[in-house]
Design a protein around this ligand. Structure first.
Ligand code: CA
Length: 440
């Protein structure tokens, strides 16, 4: 038994709705820090997303108050009360044991983040584009049926498939029951993991999958779509008609389940996700905020144009759009529409949604970016972000909790500091800002 299991310290965890931490299975995905988060809808129902948590100053103050065996006995009562059969529970838990690697992953707070341009280079690799194009051809009939039933465009479905599991190749190889039991016992969000574990047992009880084949990421995201169990229960579908919702082994089920989720998230078939734009000189960069919505026509009245004299997609003038600057005012700019926001409900990271959007266009030869990335301006490290937050708050720009997460409060504080220096107020954290605050 690891030392941590013999300690009996009080459980403490807190949740902040204003910020979020992405915990994802695939190393290629961004952390919250290298994404520019939008004012996004609640994330609790999203497949690959874990609800927000403020990292504890001292990870050791999260120790459980009981042994794993005591926890399991108590959880068994909860599961039976929720309608899980005793024989099913005992079979599912036959080989379950505490997995310290899951807890390490849950508590890991990487010091460095990948720049968004590097993340996009990996996400949009020529190999992935070619593989996606081949799969769009291979599954043309199934994708057409799915489009007709759910109204979600096939390029977007195959793009999500590529981003979530590299088209089924990387689904995670951990027992979902084992990982979620470990997280319910000693993770940072025991209540969330508890609910996911009950949902996972319900899936087993419905007979969709066996405990041995119910594999996923350390965080409990499962199969080719990386659905968490509660999302599986609400949105997974049996599209190939074999009687089981098999998001692990059946691309038809996985793609249709993704379509069902995007349909519920407001996907509009045939609408663009958004498009790259150019901003006029002396633009008011405080408008670049996910919460600031204007029609495409209103943005155009503010001087927003398309690169190379391009025209906005037909019919999009009255659509509600927000301005996204993934790397601040020096980098590319995008107007993002409802379908982009639907992708954010899948995974609440603007870098992820941009990758899905651009990849879906690359399948048809588009999706290239005209603007240039500020590659001389690497993202701040986690400790630099915390230092920035402390410096901002010390100068009465309230950056909220100094947790290293650039959320709405921190972006607002950054804008105030930028305005005091007479700089473009894009809310993007840079080394230049950090240096200026250090020496001020
Ligand atoms: Ca099926």
């Amino acid at each position: 038994m690891p030392p941590s299991l013999s300690r009996r310290w009080p459980v403490r965890h807190s949740i902040a709705a204003a910020s979020f931490v992405l915990l994802v299975a695939c190393a290629e995905k961004p952390t919250a820090a290298d994404a520019q988060p939008l004012q996004a809808p609640p994330v609790a129902t999203a497949p690959a997303i874990i609800p927000p948590v403020v990292p504890s100053a001292d990870p050791l103050d999260l120790q459980p108050t009981q042994t794993f065996a005591e926890w399991q006995a108590g959880f068994r009562k909860d599961a039976l009360a929720a309608g899980i059969r005793p024989d099913l529970f005992d079979r599912a838990f036959a080989n379950v044991s505490f997995d310290a690697s899951v807890i390490r992953a849950d508590r890991s707070q990487p010091e460095f983040s990948r720049p968004v341009w590097e993340y996009l280079d990996g996400a949009l690799s020529p190999l992935r584009v070619r593989k996606g194009q081949a799969l769009i051809n291979q599954y043309a009939d199934i994708l057409q049926s799915i489009e007709q039933r759910y109204g979600v465009d096939r390029q977007a479905l195959v793009s999500v498939w590529g981003m979530e599991s590299n088209f089924g190749q990387f689904q995670g190889s951990k027992s979902v029951i084992n990982s979620l039991a470990t997280l319910a016992y000693e993770g940072r969000r025991p209540g969330f993991a508890h609910a996911q574990l009950i949902a996972a047992l319900q899936i087993l009880q419905q007979g969709d999958i066996t405990p041995e084949k119910m594999l996923g990421s350390w965080a409990g995201a499962m199969g080719q779509t990386q659905f968490i169990p509660t999302t599986y229960n609400t949105h997974a579908v049996d599209f190939d008609g074999d009687g089981r919702r098999d998001i692990w082994g059946s691309p038809a089920d996985a793609l249709a389940s993704t379509a069902h989720y995007l349909q519920s998230s407001g996907w509009q078939r045939g609408q663009p996700w958004g498009f790259e734009v150019q901003l006029p000189s002396s633009f008011d960069y405080t408008l670049a905020d996910g919460a600031m919505r204007k029609s495409v026509a209103e943005w155009r009245q503010l001087g927003v144009t398309l690169p190379n004299g391009g025209q906005v997609p037909a019919g999009s003038e009255q659509l509600s759009a927000a301005l996204l600057l993934p790397a601040g005012y020096r980098g590319p700019a995008f107007l993002i529409l409802d379908n982009f926001r639907a992708i954010l409900k899948y995974n609440n990271s603007s870098s992820y949604a941009l990758a899905v959007s651009l990849l879906s266009e690359r399948f048809n030869g588009g999706g290239l970016i005209n603007g240039t990335w500020p590659k001389d301006d690497l993202p701040l490290s986690r400790s630099e972000r915390i230092e920035l937050q402390n410096l901002l708050s010390a100068r009465n720009y309230d950056a909220g909790t100094a947790d290293g997460i650039i959320g709405a409060n921190t972006r607002k504080a950054i804008r105030s500091a930028q305005q005091s220096f007479g700089w473009p107020a894009d809310g993007y954290p840079t080394h230049k800002l950090l240096e200026s605050l250090r020496t001020q």
